[in-house]
Design a protein around this ligand. Structure first.
Ligand SMILES: [Zn+2]
Ligand SMILES: [Zn+2]
Length: 499
């Protein structure tokens, strides 16, 4: 996830930015317990609407528009016998996750990965460790996808297929946390919690395998490389990660939520993210004492200042956007104006239209300002290297599914609706293909010091979140398959009742 130390500067650029993760309230307006006691025959219109929408399984549509079906869950809270998704099943899932031997194991998986961080597309040992664990669990998989990625499978092998994804890569950061399992590789660190993501997904695999006879379809477990730098998601998709899959979920650790608290929101959750590098040139270098020189430094400085005007004077203040210049390089001569100045940075927005407008304006402003000072400019947006991430927009129904599964599992007070973040995630590429929902799990615990943001060298997590995270993944997947199968069978058996 692209939430880096750069954020401090991003805030300076835009005082109107929403505060990160201001937790609003628990928006559990209708408790699942209440809904579960409802007879299907008492709420005919709801049933009709739910089943009729399931005659069209989750659509593959442009996910930058939230689903507006109005249906708040995949299916009603009951099956063909009037039986709800039972809290018992959630409890059984949690019970497996919390077995002392499983807690010990999941922590050890995370620690082994933490000690051996690997950067984007270099996750060779991490991938090997995962495959070894999958072999131990007797779970089949396809390897490789996207160089080091894995596509594992638990369940019937038949539709419906639902996917859960974890990213595997570390960051080029020197770990500053002194502890027993500190990174053994200088300059590399799991500072974004992807070690925990892998551990929680393997933990979910173990739970799902233990409950395989209950699965009414197939769970695909995606272990993805290169979230941070190389758009691993795009390569995974190109190489078949989403084959047959109709919905996908992913989780990220958050230092802003207390340990094991789950948080998400419907609609836009994370910003789209792009990068640019401008090169401003003049015909030839000029001595400082010459008049009429084409001053590349002045032109570049004016361009940097003008870029801020896009946000402060053009952008809709209710549509959060950021442009941040993060480097400026004009050499180190003290008596010569350089022929060339380079600068660049990042830009972010919550909707595709705004995002592409920003891109266009960045180009126009830099080229025009260079021209004012008699210079030329080119702007590179790195489009060929897949470094533009679309905004992460949660599908309404998938978000509701996450909420319902989490509330049943961890309780209503441990689910929070969160504010959108200016961070970015390449999980958004999956969400452009099939309905998806991204959510957070808290790892904040002041008593052990896990209070630092991701991408900080001081970043650490409260490992007590790991079992809850594994259970949440497993519950989301198992419940998805259960509810989809119930809805399909209702549709087949009871069409006449609904007409
Ligand atoms: Zn990150
Ligand atoms: Zn991340």
């Amino acid at each position: 996830m692209k939430i880096s130390h750069k954020f401090s500067s991003l805030f300076h650029l835009r005082s109107m930015l929403p505060s990160f993760f201001l937790i609003l309230s628990c928006m559990i307006s209708s408790s699942p317990q209440k809904a579960s006691t409802k007879s299907p025959h008492h709420d005919f219109s709801y049933l009709k609407s739910a089943v009729s929408s399931l005659s069209n399984p989750p659509e593959v549509e442009s996910k930058n528009q939230s689903s507006s079906s109005g249906m708040k869950s995949l299916v009603p809270d009951f099956d063909t016998d009037g039986r709800v998704w039972s809290r018992e099943w959630s409890e059984e899932i949690l019970k497996i996750a919390k077995k002392p031997e499983n807690v010990k194991w999941i922590k050890s998986v995370r620690r082994r990965i933490h000690e051996n961080p690997e950067l984007a597309f270099e996750e060779v040992e991490t991938s090997r460790l995962i495959r070894r664990e999958l072999d131990e669990l007797d779970i089949s998989y396809r390897f490789p996808l996207a160089k080091t990625g894995i596509r594992a499978m638990v369940g019937t092998g038949s539709p419906p297929f639902v996917a859960i994804r974890a990213d595997m890569d570390a960051l080029p950061i020197q770990e500053a946390v002194e502890w027993e399992h500190k990174s053994k590789h200088a300059g590399k660190m799991h500072a974004c919690g992807h070690d925990a993501h892998v551990a929680m997904l393997i933990g979910a695999a173990k739970i799902l395998k233990a409950r395989e006879e209950h699965l009414k379809g197939t769970v695909i477990l995606l272990f993805q490389p290169a979230e941070e730098a190389g758009n691993g998601a795009k390569r995974m998709i190109r190489e078949g990660a989403l084959e047959d899959v109709e919905a996908i979920f992913a989780m990220h650790v958050s230092h802003l939520l207390p340990t094991a608290v789950i948080g998400s929101r419907s609609g836009p959750l994370l910003a789209g993210c792009g990068f640019f590098k401008a090169v401003i040139t003049a015909e030839q270098s000029r001595a400082l004492n010459l008049c009429h020189s084409a001053d590349t430094v002045l032109a570049a400085s004016a361009a940097v200042i003008s870029l801020q005007g896009i946000i402060s004077r053009e952008a809709n203040p209710l549509d959060s956007q950021v442009i941040s210049v993060t480097f400026f390089n004009s050499g180190d001569d003290v008596d010569v104006i350089p022929n060339m100045v380079e600068f660049g940075g990042t830009f972010r927005a919550f909707c595709n239209t705004t995002f592409h407008h920003l891109l266009k304006r960045i180009q126009e402003v830099i080229v025009a300002q260079a021209s004012v000072y008699g210079c030329s400019a080119t702007v590179n947006f790195f489009k060929n290297t897949d470094s533009i991430y679309p905004p992460m927009v949660n599908d309404d129904r998938m978000y509701e599914h996450v909420k319902r599964a989490a509330v049943d599992l961890v309780g209503p007070t441990n689910f929070k609706v969160v504010q959108p973040l200016m961070g970015s995630e390449d999980f958004s590429f999956y969400s452009e293909v099939i309905p998806a929902s991204f959510f957070f799990i808290g790892i904040k615990n002041e008593t052990i010091g896990s209070v630092h943001s991701a991408h900080s060298p001081h970043f650490m997590i409260d490992e007590n979140a790991l079992p809850a995270g594994a259970a949440t993944h497993a519950a989301i997947a198992e419940r998805y398959l259960h509810e989809r199968s119930v809805s399909i069978s209702m549709l087949r058996q009871d069409k006449t009742f609904l007409t």
